[in-house]
Design a protein around this ligand. Structure first.
Ligand SMILES: C[S@@+](CC[C@H](N)C(=O)[O-])C[C@H]1O[C@@H](n2cnc3c(N)ncnc32)[C@H](O)[C@@H]1O
Length: 282
C-alpha cells in the first residue's frame, strides 16, 4: 500500500457497490499497521513504517516477539479446535496475515466459525479479502471496540454467527496491552467471560517489560504515544489476573515460544517479551 487512495479504492467491492470510505488517517501510526510491518506485511503507510522502525531499533526482540506471538496464536487456536471448540470470538484481529484464526481452526474443524472484531477501519478494509477465501457463513469481520464489551456481546453480527449459549473461545491476542488501566481491562475481560458458558476458553497474549530495565521498557510505550492506541505493558502477575476464576491450561502463563512448542527448532527463548496463556471456564 502506498497511499490513502489505494485503500479507499479497495472499498469498491466486486459487485461494483461503493462502500463508505474508512477513516484510515494514514498520517497517524496505527498499531495494526505497525504490527503488519513487524510481520513483514505490506499494508502500512510511511507514518506506520517510521514509528515501527523506531520500535524495531529498540532491538531484535521486537520482531522476534511479534513472530512468536503470531506462532502462539496458531498453536493456541489449533489446540482449542482440538479440544472441540467450534466458535471463536477474536478481538483485536489485526490485518490478515499468514495463518489467520479461521484458517487454523478450520484446518482442524471445517465447521469452525470465527467472528473477527477490531476497532481499526483498516482491518475492515482487508476483511473483504479475508472473507473471500472463507466458507460462506463461517467468518464475519466487524468493527468494534474491546473497551465496550457489552456492545460486543449485543452486536447483531456476533449474535448471527456465534451461539453464546455454546462454548466460545475468546481470543485476546496482543490487544489488551492497548487498553490502559483507566479503561479497566480486568472488568472488560470479566464482562466478556461472564457472558460465556462453562467450557468456554480465554486465550491471551500480552506485551511485558519484565525482561527489560524500566528505562528500556519505557521506550516502546513512548513511541506509541503518537499512535492511535497507547501501549501499556504488564507484568506476569498483572497478566495472570486476567485469568482469575479460570483454569489455566498446561503449561500455564509462559512466554509465547514456551507455550506448547510444536517444532524442535521453535525458539524457546524465555526472554521473548510476550506472556501467553490459555484457560478454561469451569
Ligand atoms: C498487535 S495487533 C494483534 C493482531 C492479532 N490479534 C495477532 O495477535 O496477531 C493489535 C490489534 O488490536 C487492535 N486494537 C487495539 N485496540 C483495540 C480496541 N480497543 N478494540 C479493538 N481492537 C483494538 C489494533 O487495531 C490491532 O489490529
Amino acid at each position: 500500500m502506498t497511499d490513502h487512495q489505494d485503500v479507499a479504492l479497495d472499498w469498491m467491492n466486486g459487485d461494483g457497490e461503493a462502500r463508505p470510505p474508512a477513516d484510515l488517517r494514514p498520517e497517524v501510526p496505527h498499531p495494526a499497521r505497525m504490527y503488519d510491518y513487524y510481520l513483514g506485511g505490506k499494508d502500512n503507510f510511511p507514518a506506520d513504517r517510521a514509528a515501527a522502525e523506531q520500535v524495531l531499533a529498540l532491538g531484535p526482540l521486537v520482531r522476534i516477539s511479534a513472530l512468536a506471538n503470531r506462532a502462539f496464536l496458531q498453536r493456541a487456536v489449533r489446540h482449542l479446535a482440538e479440544q472441540g471448540i467450534r466458535q471463536f470470538l477474536d478481538i483485536g484481529t489485526g490485518i490478515p496475515s499468514a495463518g489467520n484464526t479461521h484458517e487454523t481452526a478450520q484446518r482442524v474443524a471445517p465447521s469452525a466459525r470465527v467472528a473477527y472484531l477490531d476497532n481499526d477501519p483498516i482491518v475492515l478494509v482487508h476483511g473483504r479479502a479475508l472473507l473471500a477465501g472463507a466458507a460462506r457463513g463461517s467468518v464475519s469481520v466487524l468493527q468494534a471496540d474491546l473497551r465496550e464489551p457489552k456492545a460486543i456481546l449485543a452486536d447483531p453480527g456476533v449474535r448471527e454467527l456465534l451461539d453464546l449459549d455454546q462454548p466460545v473461545a475468546l481470543l485476546l491476542f496482543a490487544v489488551l496491552h492497548f487498553v490502559d488501566e483507566a479503561d479497566d481491562p480486568y472488568a472488560i475481560v470479566r464482562t466478556l467471560v461472564d457472558a460465556l458458558p462453562s467450557g468456554s476458553y480465554l486465550a491471551i497474549s500480552h506485551a511485558t517489560g519484565d525482561f527489560s530495565t524500566p528505562e528500556e521498557a519505557g521506550r516502546g510505550p513512548a513511541i506509541y504515544k503518537n499512535a492511535t492506541a497507547q501501549l501499556t505493558m504488564r507484568s506476569r502477575e498483572q497478566v495472570l489476573r486476567f485469568f482469575d476464576g479460570l483454569e489455566l491450561q498446561e503449561p500455564g502463563l509462559v512466554t509465547a515460544p514456551q507455550w506448547r512448542p510444536d517444532q524442535p527448532e521453535q525458539p524457546t527463548d524465555s526472554q521473548v517479551a510476550i506472556w501467553a496463556g490459555v484457560a478454561r471456564k469451569p
